[in-house]
Design a protein. Structure first.
Length: 164
């Protein structure tokens, strides 16, 4: 069995930044093994991508898919935690993951919460902030004074974490 390891010979297209997950940076480690299914694992401070044949495009696709899976898991857990603070939300909300160019999240008047999978790169506190912001739109669907009063009360209860 032949496994080749390369930590710097695959450059991801359109990316010169370190890989980040939940606010922490990770080194990309690419393994080439023709005998295993392509996979991505977070191991000992590295994001390890294994594929049959090295390809920057395939590595990028696997990493993006990994982010989306992690985003669904993390966002669902954080949404459940944040729902405890929002007394006006009585039902579990449908959660959709969608890559958006200019938004971290949105909330429809019908209560559909949409979050950008790239948000999973941010620290948990930032994820919570975005989710709470969107949940406030269920009480006030615009950015009126009333919206910011609701949000300020929640921020005070949550320790006042505010994004710069």
């Amino acid at each position: 069995m032949s496994v080749r390891v390369s930590e710097d010979s695959v450059t991801l297209p359109n990316s010169h930044l370190p890989l980040v997950y939940l606010g922490k940076q990770y080194l990309l480690k690419v393994l080439e093994d023709p005998n295993v299914m392509p996979q991505v694992k977070l191991l000992r401070g590295k994001l390890e991508v294994t594929l049959r044949q090295k390809s920057a495009v395939k590595v990028q696709q696997l990493v993006n898919d990994w982010y989306k899976v992690r985003a669904k898991e993390v966002f669902a857990k954080r949404l459940e935690a944040m729902l405890e603070q929002t007394l006006w939300v009585v039902e579990r909300l449908p959660l959709r993951i969608l890559t958006m160019q200019t938004q971290w999240g949105s909330c429809s008047p019908q209560g559909r919460l949409t979050l950008n999978p790239h948000l999973v790169k941010a620290p948990r506190e930032c994820i919570d902030y975005v989710i709470l912001h969107e949940l406030c739109h269920l009480a006030e669907h615009n950015h009126s004074e009333r919206f910011y009063l609701i949000k300020a009360r929640l921020d005070a209860r949550a320790g006042g974490y505010v994004l710069a």
